[in-house]
Design a binder for this molecule. Structure first.
Ligand SMILES: C[S@@+](CC[C@H](N)C(=O)[O-])C[C@H]1O[C@@H](n2cnc3c(N)ncnc32)[C@H](O)[C@@H]1O
Length: 166
């Protein structure tokens, strides 16, 4: 498949987390450790009014992925079944972009202090957007393949990104 265009982006900042080689599968909101997004100072003006929101989307570049050449992946909770990569939140994807929703604790100059996020320390940030009530909330959303074969309590551990054994 020939790519029609190539896209070049540069990080607007970096995410500081306590996770060095291991991170949860999804954000752990009540992790009490310190998590923050340090924006490059040249973008700080773009944070104006962001603190009026409770939650933000953080889009980041998964700069330490192991591979991105498989279109079928087996997330640990898929019972070893192959799932199309675009039906998963696997970090190993053709364009290694991650998306997490976190809450804003406070903003000081170019630093956004946030709730727990599921990334390694020093992960590059591509974008930040406000999470807006109604616009971003789909009350009829479902679980897709994720709850086929799982009990509800086990499923909840995955949805909340809580590490556990299988
Ligand atoms: C399953 S992904 C989910 C990311 C995001 N919440 C999403 O749904 O797009 C989270 C995992 O990505 C991996 N990860 C975190 N930061 C990374 C980085 N900078 N480079 C490569 N992999 C990373 C960790 O193994 C973590 O458990």
């Amino acid at each position: 498949m020939e790519n029609k265009i190539s896209i070049e982006m540069k990080p607007i900042g970096y995410i500081e987390t306590p996770y060095m080689g291991n991170a949860p599968f999804q954000p752990v909101e009540d992790d009490e450790q310190e998590f923050c997004i340090v924006l490059e100072p040249e973008y700080a003006q773009g944070l104006e009014k962001l603190s009026t929101f409770k939650y933000i989307y953080v889009l980041f570049y998964l700069d330490r992925i192991e591979s991105n050449d498989k279109l079928l992946v087996s997330p640990s909770w898929s019972d070893k079944k192959d799932i199309g990569v675009f039906a998963t939140r696997s970090p190993n994807r053709p364009n290694p972009i991650g998306l997490s929703i976190v809450s804003i604790k406070k903003i000081e100059n170019n630093i956004i202090f946030i709730s727990g996020i599921d990334v390694f320390d020093d992960t590059p940030v591509l974008d930040i957007k406000p999470y807006i009530q109604d616009l971003d909330n789909k009350p009829d959303a479902n679980y897709g393949w994720v709850n086929q074969g799982s009990d509800a309590s086990h499923l909840a551990l995955h949805i909340k990104g809580i590490p556990h054994k299988h």
